[in-house]
Design a protein around this ligand. Structure first.
Ligand code: IPM
Ligand code: MG
Length: 363
């Protein structure tokens, strides 16, 4: 198992260190290569996604990614901003399917801003298309001079675009996931989120998803406009099973869904290509405001490593063990600052990672 480790910016290195520690106690044959990405790479190599980093990611079987971004790079031309690193990796590695589960751990029911009866037992999966839509439409941008300054900027545009094969393949990922979840007791329902009432791109999306559904008779399909979906997610989140949507809507709805579970610091994600190779990263960002303080929650990254074991390496048992160890430390009352509550014990990033490692050693 060759894993490229890309810690990135802000809290990235701190949370990645804990996930790497967890991977190493599992007794698996793991080889890792750590490389720079994001603002960190820009600062030392002049580019957020240097060639060596891209090569390491391409050569590896899987990528474990921390986070990128820092306000101090906000004035750079867009092509050199830290965010371009993750967008470039998604594009270059063909990582079109982004899986963002939103699961409420019973121990964290109090951490959610919603009433416990609305979120208790929540377990939904957001599938976000990751390499198309307005994120990658061409042409885009304002006219720029060579040094990146905007000339005569009285207009800006981005184009929203999807092709049939792009929609078909993400729809299949959603129906397959719903099928797997159905055999584990979930509803077997896909909700496709679009804006077909206004946007041509998303009427097309709706039509293509409906076509693909014809091969999945045992799975039910609903269509929902994105504004209504945003509302239903806070009104009745448990009415969803699998949500499938485009890149832009998925970006927004997945942050919203993450917060239902109490903290975005808990949620992992997987970004997969057509063959199951993947990049795994926490759903949260680089949080430069708390970087270096040793207080960030490493659990989303540790759970992302578990997703890697499950999806890329097929090591279900090891993935179950990591997820079980995370549940155990939560049951023991350990909490980082983002999820701390009455009657629980506040710990830092490293102590949380150590507790997961200790829980793994018991078994
Ligand atoms: C995410 C992030 C990224 C995105 C940014 C960092 C480019 O918000 O992974 O959700 O918009 O996709
Ligand atoms: Mg986002």
């Amino acid at each position: 198992m060759n894993i490229a480790i890309l810690p990135g910016d802000g809290i990235g290195p701190e949370i990645i260190a804990e996930a790497v520690k967890v991977l190493h106690v599992l007794d698996l044959a793991i080889q890792t290569e750590t490389v720079e990405v994001g603002g960190t790479a820009y600062a030392s190599q002049g580019h957020p996604l240097p060639e060596g980093t891209l090569k390491a990611a391409k050569d590896a079987d899987a990528v474990l990614f921390g986070a990128v971004g820092d306000w101090k790079y906000d004035s750079l031309p867009r092509a050199l901003r830290p965010e371009q690193a993750i967008l470039g990796l998604r594009r270059e590695l063909g990582l079109f399917a982004n899986l963002r589960p939103a699961i409420l751990y019973p121990e964290l029911a109090d951490a959610s801003s919603l009433k416990p009866e609305i979120v208790a037992g929540l377990d939904i999966l957001i599938i976000r298309e990751l390499t198309g839509d307005i994120y990658f439409g061409q042409p885009r941008g304002r006219r720029q001079s060579p040094d990146g300054a905007f000339i005569g900027a009285d207009e800006a545009f981005d184009t929203m675009r999807y092709t049939r094969p792009e929609i078909e393949r993400i729809a299949r990922v959603a129906f397959e996931a719903a099928r797997k979840r159905k055999s584990a007791g979930h509803a077997g329902k896909v909700t496709s989120v679009d804006k077909a009432n206004v946007l041509e791109t998303f009427q097309f999306w709706r039509d293509v998803v409906t076509d693909v559904h014809a091969s999945y008779a045992e799975i039910s399909l609903d269509h929902m406009y994105v504004d209504n979906a945003a509302m239903q997610l806070v009104k009745a989140p448990k009415s969803f099973d699998v949500i499938v949507t485009g890149n832009m809507f998925g970006d927004i709805l997945s942050d919203e869904a993450a917060m239902l579970t109490g903290s975005i610091g808990m949620l992992p994600s997987a970004s997969l290509d057509a063959s199951g190779k993947g990049l795994y990263e926490p759903s949260h960002g680089s949080a430069p405001d708390i970087a270096g303080k040793g207080i960030a929650n490493p659990l989303a990254t540790i759970l992302s490593a578990a997703m890697m074991l499950r999806y890329t390496f097929g090591r279900t048992e090891a993935a179950d063990r990591v997820e079980g160890a995370v549940r155990k430390v939560l049951a023991d009352g350990l909490r980082t600052a983002d999820i701390v509550g009455k009657g629980t014990t506040l710990v830092g990033t490293k102590a949380m990672g150590d507790a997961v490692v200790a829980a793994l050693r018991i078994k």
